[in-house]
Design a protein around this ligand. Sequence first.
Ligand code: PGA
Length: 252
Amino acid sequence: MRKKIVAGNWKMNKSLSEAIALLEALDDSYETYATEAVEVVVAPPFPYLFSIKESVRNKNIAIKVAAQNCHHEEKGAYTGEVSASMLSSIGIDYIIIGHSERRQYFNENSAQLKNKIQQAFSNNLTPIYCVGESLAEREANRHFEIVEQQLTEVLAGISPQAKFVVAYEPVWAIGTGKTASVNQAQEMHAFIRAVLQTILSPDTAAATSVLYGGSCNAQNAKDLFACTDIDGGLIGGASLDATQFITIIKSF
Ligand code: PGA
C-alpha cells in the first residue's frame, strides 16, 4: 500500500541542454521502466524546473518533478531565495527538505526545516524529508538517537492527514561509494517507521514511504529495495546517467 519511489537528486549538476537531454533519455525508454507500481521523480536545479516540468507535461509521461530546497518563509525580502508557493505555481510535485548537504553547508536547523515542511504542506507539495547520521555519530553508536531527534524535532505535531516521504541518507554514504549494508539500512528504516508510529500514528507510519539514499546504484539497488521497510531510493550520482537511473528503477 506504500508508494514505491525512485527519485533522482541532480544536485548542482548539468547545463540546461544536458538536463533536457537527460529527461529526453528517460522519455525515450519510458515504456521499458514505467509501471503503476513505482513513482519516478527527478529533482533538477532551480533554473531548469519550469522547463523540465513543461517537457514532462508535453510528453505526457508520469515522471514527477521535485525541487531540491525551498525557503522557510512564505514570501518577502529574501534576495536569491525561492518559496514553496512559487514552486507550487509552476506545478512542482515534491520538495527535498533537510538534505545533509544543506544541513552541513547552509546550517539548516530543525526550526527552519519544520517551517519548510509547513510551507510545503501549505502549498500542496510533498516533502521528501532527509535524515541521517554522520560517520562520527555512527562510530559513537549514536545513529538511532540522531535520526530520532531529526524526525521528532521536525515532524512531531504535523497534521495526521499530511502526506510526506522520508529519506534515510547516512552522511558517510553520500557520494562516497560506501553504501550502508542491507542490514544497516533495513534496521534503520524499521526504526524510522517505529519513530513515526510513536510521534504520529500507526497509520501514518505504515503509509509513509521511506527511501534509502547514499551511493545507491545499479549494482546494489535490488538488494536494498528487497528489504521490507525500504520503499525506494533517493539517488544522487547514479541519477545523472539515464542508463544507470533506469536500471535502478527496474530493480523493483
Ligand atoms: P549519492 O547521493 O547517491 O551520490 O550518494 C545521494 C543523495 O545525496 O541524495
